[in-house]
Write a protein that binds this ligand. Structure first.
Ligand code: GP9
Ligand code: MN
Length: 655
């Protein structure tokens, strides 16, 4: 009878088994290709460890066992209903499910390669972003990724042939179908829920609620577990939960800002040095500090910026603080002096909140303000946010005249020149915010601009990057000349900084170009550093400033030079003119304060991170990082609450 059953239902066992096994292996492959916890021990080690935990310790706590159970359980939960169907329909449904999950897993992998994170609902709700950087997406595919569709290449024709041959018509009795489907559901549910219950028993709800890092959740629940929770969270946030904060929480936030305003009242010799001067702030795309003042085959990579540095204030220990919102996060940090969100971009999720923004404040102080970016105005939702910030004008794609194309659109040379064309027409003083673009990933700048001799890096993404930043450097040189010609040079505060890291996984090359020793501390530091150059009228304060600082500090620093009081400002950043190191907090809770640098761990637990001594660069006692860690955590927490509950709307109305 069993044999007969096998004859009748053999293809069913095969297709259902193939579905479970193939998708499970793909989940494993995601771990292996992204080198995340799931796969570090290798497939055999991973199975062994899971089983030994379960059998010897009788627990499913421990990363791998729970993760395995949830992955298998989730597969049962998404597929149990196919057991109710007639054979052919079931086979087709399983193929479709397989294809959809494969699409998701590969999507995650591609996304992970660029952002070191997983696709979340908030990211997907910004699908236009994903579309517009498709050049980079293609670049992130690797030949080995083909393995993800090998099973489908075999299974799809097989199902077609079988159905054509007349197989697939069987339909089990109602009771059998019901029992099987229900069994799959119940097993799936138990597999998913029992580890989750164990986790909540052990860690409380923190794992799910605090949400510092998607990878932390993934390392416990696997990819499907993460996506399940992410969808649940998104629906909950968007549909059921109105984020209101209590009066007590509001008071805590208000006190924080009051204390900060007091701290910021320290005078420095720079207070008001640039009173009523114009401001031009330029955000350079993916521009990292390790190319500054460096040579490649005897030639300077950024000769013009290096020259500018001689007449300016240069901050070589200045850091990016961006998150998933990349360029938009950098703009937000620089203009609103709040932290970016953990997930998604403020520009997309909370574009209409009240912010105490640099353009808004300068406008109140009699400035005419304009933002410039030579790409679609809807990208990163800029047109909504710029208007909200209080910019008088936004020049975007369509407003610029045709000109030299470099990188993906109008090159930074004509972009900066045409932006100045507009600025000179404006009422003085003006504030111009330019978002440059040429040096965007994957750096495939046109060959006529490849003028550097990048030697061993020619033909690699690192070489492409060097060519791109070299072009951007020339654009900066031309801009400086132009400002001098327009007699704006000593009438203007000029700031240059980079928006985020360059997203290339080649630490050897980076450290070689930077001329630094290949140590974990140096790598961490170099990868986060973007240049900051501030040129004040009459070369005021020129020199190198070793103090630490970050993008959050830009607006408060500018206001200080302009002599605009900070008394009732709701900005979180510090003043870089003060002779001290600023605490620079990254979105993943890594930070530096000069004395210590903390690198957070992928799973988000404090003591799994690494604490470096800022002087020696050596790993030191983790507890030495704890006080600053607590402060960093509080900062992020306050910033998040301010954004989630639109707290500044209330605070700023009071005035
Ligand atoms: C597009 C540009 C790029 O307008 O700002 O954004 P990014 O991909 O770097 O976040
Ligand atoms: Mn960018």
């Amino acid at each position: 009878m069993i044999l007969q059953g096998f004859k009748r239902w053999g293809w069913d066992y095969f297709f259902y088994g193939a579905f479970l096994l193939a998708v499970f292996l793909k989940l494993y492959l995601f771990g292996a290709f992204s080198d995340t916890v799931f796969a570090r021990t290798g497939l055999v080690g991973f199975i062994k460890e899971s089983l030994s935990k379960l059998l010897n310790e009788g627990t499913i706590i421990g990363f791998y066992a729970g993760l395995t159970l949830i992955s298998v359980g989730a597969l049962l939960l998404v597929s149990f209903w196919t057991l109710f169907l007639k054979q052919s329909k079931r086979w087709i449904s399983l193929l479709i499910l397989n294809a959809v999950l494969t699409f998701l897993i590969v999507g995650d992998l591609i996304y992970y390669r660029y952002f070191n994170d997983l696709l979340s609902m908030t990211v997907l709700s910004q699908a236009n972003q994903v579309g517009a950087i498709s050049g980079s997406i293609l670049d992130l595919f690797q030949a080995k990724d083909i393995i993800f569709i090998l099973d489908l290449i075999v299974l799809i024709p097989l199902v077609i042939i079988l159905i054509k041959r007349g197989n697939g018509k069987l339909k089990a009795r109602m009771v059998t179908r019901g029992a099987l489907g229900l069994a799959a559901f119940v097993i799936g549910y138990l597999f998913v829920m029992s580890p989750i219950n164990e986790y909540t028993k052990k860690y409380g709800s923190a794992l799910f609620a605090s949400n510092w890092y998607n990878m932390a959740l993934y390392s416990q629940t696997g990819l499907l577990g993460f996506h399940g929770f992410d969808i649940y969270r998104y629906v909950n946030e968007a549909v059921f939960e109105q984020k209101k904060i209590s009066a007590k929480e509001s008071k805590v936030i208000e006190n924080w800002f009051n204390d900060h305003q007091k701290e910021m009242s320290n005078e420095t010799p720079f207070y008001g040095v640039a009173k009523d001067k114009n401001v031009i702030m330029i955000q350079l795309e993916a521009f990292q500090n390790f190319v500054i003042n460096q040579k490649i085959n005897g030639e300077e990579i950024t000769p013009n910026i290096n020259k500018l540095i001689n007449d300016s204030m240069y901050f070589p220990n200045f850091s990016l603080q961006t998150g998933q919102g990349r360029t938009s996060d950098a703009e937000f940090l620089a203009n609103a002096s709040l932290h970016p969100l953990y997930s998604g971009s403020v520009y997309v999720r909370y574009p209409s909140n009240t912010f105490d923004s640099l353009p808004g404040i300068l406008k109140q102080n009699g400035y005419e303000t304009a933002a410039f970016h030579a790409y679609k105005k809807s990208f990163w939702n800029r047109y909504v946010v710029y208007d909200n910030y209080g910019f008088d004008h936004f020049f975007g794609e369509g407003d610029f005249k045709e000109g030299e194309i470099a990188g993906w659109t109008l090159g930074d040379k004509p972009f900066m020149q045409q932006s100045v064309d507009e600025l000179v027409k404006m009422k003085k003083p003006f504030y111009g915010f330019m978002v440059a673009l040429t040096s965007h990933h994957p750096y495939n700048i046109q060959s006529k601009f490849r003028t550097l001799n990048v030697g061993e890096y020619e033909g690699s993404i690192v070489g492409d990057y060097l060519h791109s930043v070299h072009y951007v450097d020339e654009a900066v040189g031309m801009l400086v000349e132009r400002l001098k010609k327009e007699n704006l040079w000593d009438e203007t505060v000029l700031l240059l900084y980079g928006d985020h890291d360059y997203g290339v996984d080649n630490n050897e090359a980076m450290m070689k170009i930077a001329g630094e020793d290949f140590t974990p501390y140096n790598i961490e530091k170099t990868f986060h550093e973007v240049p900051l150059v501030i040129h004040l009228p009459n070369d005021e304060g020129k020199g190198v400033y070793e103090r630490t600082g970050g993008q959050l500090d830009l607006s408060p620093t500018i206001l200080h030079a302009l002599g605009v009081p900070f008394d009732d400002r709701y900005m979180m950043g510090g003043n870089l003119f003060e002779e001290k190191n600023q605490l620079v907090v990254q979105r993943d809770l890594s930070f530096t304060n000069g004395d210590y640098t903390y690198k957070s761990s992928v799973d988000g637990f404090f003591d799994k991170g690494t604490c470096f001594d800022g002087k020696t660069g050596k790993i030191t006692d983790i507890n030495l990082c704890k006080p600053a860690y607590d402060q960093a955590k509080k900062e992020l927490n306050i910033s998040d609450k301010v954004i989630f509950s639109n707290v500044l709307e209330k605070f700023m109305k009071k005035e």
